[in-house]
Design a protein around this ligand. Structure first.
Ligand SMILES: CC(C)(COP(=O)(O)OP(=O)(O)OC[C@H]1O[C@@H](n2cnc3c(N)ncnc32)[C@H](O)[C@@H]1OP(=O)(O)O)[C@@H](O)C(=O)NCCC(=O)NCCS
Length: 166
């Protein structure tokens, strides 16, 4: 399976919305919220897409969005998911590594995120990738589930490549 990572474009909105429906069980973004994320200057979304060898439309298999704020070198991983059909094949880790490289390229020194306390797969991935819990967030999600705020100091890895524009 050849999967390419690239920055999201306005035309990805419909596919992103469909992915959001199947990838998350709650706290999903609306179409309007996704539009806002794609079109505001201080957010960056990377998408993972699989191109069909027959030349049909590419399939969106994952995405992650970073938020940046003026006056701080802390970026935030705001949304991140992989299509259920292809989970466990390393795409989540690859996407997260690419997002870290993008945050570093924008001079972020720390990447922060929030994750549901019952999301063992995401928590395990974040821990193994060097994120550490910073703060317990009681009653944080729409169903009352608690969360963890986590963060990772960012450092340039020799040879780590950013994704190309396109
Ligand atoms: C979290 C998520 C993005 C991970 O994507 P993925 O493509 O499955 O991730 P990977 O294949 O790179 O696997 C990441 C790690 O989790 C492990 N893993 C994946 N699926 C697993 C499962 N069902 N059970 C246990 N471990 C699992 C992998 O072994 C891997 O371990 P490693 O880091 O030691 O190699 C994906 O599960 C997802 O979209 N979940 C729903 C949305 C979500 O929870 N997003 C995060 C919100 S904070």
């Amino acid at each position: 399976m050849t999967v390419t990572l690239r920055p999201a474009l306005g035309r990805d909105l419909a596919a992103l919305y469909r992915l959001e429906q199947v990838a998350f069980t709650g706290d999903r973004f609306s179409r309007r919220q996704l539009w806002h994320l794609l079109n505001r200057a201080h957010a960056l979304t990377l998408v993972a897409e699989q191109r069909s060898p027959e030349g049909g439309p590419p399939r969106l298999l994952g995405y992650g969005t970073l938020l940046f704020r003026r006056g701080t070198r802390r970026a935030r991983l705001y949304s991140f998911c992989v299509h259920p059909d292809v989970r466990g094949s390393g795409l989540g880790r690859r996407l997260l590594e690419a997002l870290e490289a993008e945050a570093l390229a924008r001079e972020a020194e720390v990447l922060g995120l929030e994750v549901r306390a019952d999301n063992q797969v995401a928590l395990g991935l974040y821990r193994r990738m060097g994120f550490r819990p910073e703060r317990w967030l009681g009653d944080y999600y729409e169903d009352g589930c608690a969360g963890w705020q986590m963060a990772k100091p960012l450092q340039a890895e020799p040879g780590a490549a950013r994704v190309r524009e396109g």
